[in-house]
Design a protein. Structure first.
Length: 114
């Protein structure tokens, strides 16, 4: 199993960013996928979940209405569109799949700063 995030960057408050997660080594289209993040000095927290088909999605209250999780099963890709970014969204964002074991990517850094 390989998971690789990309798309992190430095962005101003109120800005937008799109993260990508490339997955391989497993049948992507049958697995639920998650985004997590770890803010500086804090524990890793769950951000969003997407059903294997993409039909159902769930968000943490802190990002609801601002972030959109999506996936493209034909490309083995998952995305996180982040809008109206806030300072507290700063952190390392991780892609995760939990199947026979829990697998994580290496993370991508998102910094929201003016």
């Amino acid at each position: 199993v390989q998971i690789e995030e990309s798309g992190g960057a430095l962005v101003q408050p109120g800005g937008s960013l799109r993260l990508s997660c490339a997955a391989s080594g497993f049948t992507f289209s049958v697995e639920e996928m998650n985004w997590f993040r770890r803010a500086p000095g804090r524990e890793r927290e769950w951000v969003a979940n997407i059903y294997f088909s993409g039909r159902y999605v769930v968000y943490a209250d802190s990002v609801k209405g601002r972030f959109i999780i999506s996936r493209d099963n034909a490309k083995n890709m998952m995305y996180l569109q982040m809008n109206n970014l806030k300072l507290e969204d700063t952190g390392v964002y991780y892609c995760q799949v939990a199947k026979d074991s829990v697998y994580w990517g290496q993370g991508t850094q998102v910094t929201v700063s003016s």
